[in-house]
Design a protein around this ligand. Structure first.
Ligand code: G6P
Length: 365
């Protein structure tokens, strides 16, 4: 079917806006009345000793997010690597290892090569893809489609949230089969997950605050993104999005690393985007924020209502999102990361859907 912009100025804007609908479809593909339903034969999670996750670009940040989920919820040791590094390093793949590849296109050359390297060594090859007929899907023992629909914008948006969705389902199933979460606890998380499309809508309706912050950020030459825990990969994704489409230099750091280098860059010309819902790590992030503000840095805080209250009045721009349980925050915080980049690029008038030098799918080395 022909895909058009549906009244939006860019495919990227449309793909960001359709995430409530797309996520809702993606959710129902993996949920039935009894809970999570994965294709059969699925994975024997209690036998998994180690999970190795490999991808490129935005898909790599989905893997980095999932590492926190698999470790914290399911207690599975996880390694995450960039495909172009992994494939040449000849990493040992021991018995009990499941290798998981995440790719929107399913055709990224480095990711496919990494998969082939693992093919005879890992217990199982699993992939999380948007194109079920792709090479990566075909060469996997188990291919899990993300159901994001066709993504045209070169900068990945809805595919990222749908990758997170499938990875979270896997982590929740793993947690249950390893006895770290019972059915009732899983059902509780799933209930909020089911409500996520509605929460996405609420967040998207608050787009004005994001557009306002983005217009200011568009003036900057360098931008820093900070986050802790589950928000660290989101900070990386926010910085990547901004670089890709607005051509503004952006770096992301784990908040705790601020003092080990990037704090030297802080002055009033470098906006610092802090992604921090009021979670278990919030107080630590606030003290990092204060370090930034004490040096004249301008903080754009992306948080929830409780976080905004606690952060104080010195924050330069605040973007307030609905409250969600900590474990689900990466899905929601993907939206402002995407919208900040989109509106900054739009303000600069760059070619949002076809940024210079980038390709949607990199099938050569
Ligand atoms: C290219 C795209 C990115 C994408 C990456 C990985 O660099 O521009 O948006 O994240 O490839 O692509 P994949 O199809 O493997 O997810």
């Amino acid at each position: 079917a022909r895909v058009d912009k549906g009244g939006f100025k860019h495919f990227m804007a449309k793909e960001i806006a359709e995430q409530p609908t797309v996520l809702s479809g993606a959710l129902s593909a993996y949920l039935d009345k009894d809970g999570i339903s994965l294709p059969d034969p699925g994975l024997d999670f209690d036998k998994v000793e180690r999970l190795v996750m490999v991808a490129c670009g935005t898909a790599f940040y989905a893997c980095l997010t999932a590492k926190y989920w698999f470790e914290q919820l399911a207690g599975i040791p996880v390694e995450v690597d960039i495909a172009s590094e992994f494939r040449y390093r000849e990493p040992p793949i021991t018995k009990g290892t499941v290798a998981l590849f995440v790719s929107q296109s399913g055709e990224t050359a480095d990711t496919l090569a990494a998969l082939r390297y693992c093919a005879e060594k890992a217990d199982k090859i699993v992939s999380v893809v948007n194109v079920p007929t792709s090479s990566i899907a075909r060469e996997s023992d188990l291919a899990l489609p993300i159901h994001a629909g066709v993504e045209i914008g070169v900068a990945s948006t809805k595919a990222f949230t749908c990758q997170l969705n499938v990875l979270l389902m896997l982590a929740l199933e793993a947690a249950k089969s390893r006895g770290r979460m019972d059915s009732a606890e899983q059902a509780e998380v799933l209930e909020t997950l089911r409500a996520m499309p509605g929460i996405f809508n609420v967040a998207l309706q608050r787009g004005d605050a994001i557009r306002k912050a983005a217009r200011q950020i568009a003036e900057a030459r360098d931008v820093l993104f900070l986050g802790r825990g589950l928000m660290y990969p989101l900070a990386l994704e926010g910085a990547l999005k901004l670089k890709e489409i607005s051509y503004i230099h952006a770096e992301a750091y784990a908040s705790g690393e601020l003092k080990h280098g990037p704090i030297a860059l802080i002055d009033k010309t470098v906006p610092v985007v802090v992604m921090a819902p009021r979670d278990s790590l919030f107080d630590k992030t606030v003290s990092n924020m204060q370090e930034v503000m004490a040096r004249g840095g301008k903080v754009c805080l992306i948080t929830d209502a409780a976080g905004a209250d606690a952060a104080g009045a010195d924050v330069w721009q605040t973007i307030i999102l609905p409250d969600v349980p900590e474990v689900l925050s990466p899905l929601l915080y993907a939206l402002p990361a995407q919208l900040l980049a989109y509106h900054a690029a739009d303000a600069k008038g760059t070619d949002v859907d076809q940024p210079r030098n980038l390709a949607k799918s990199v099938t050569v080395e």
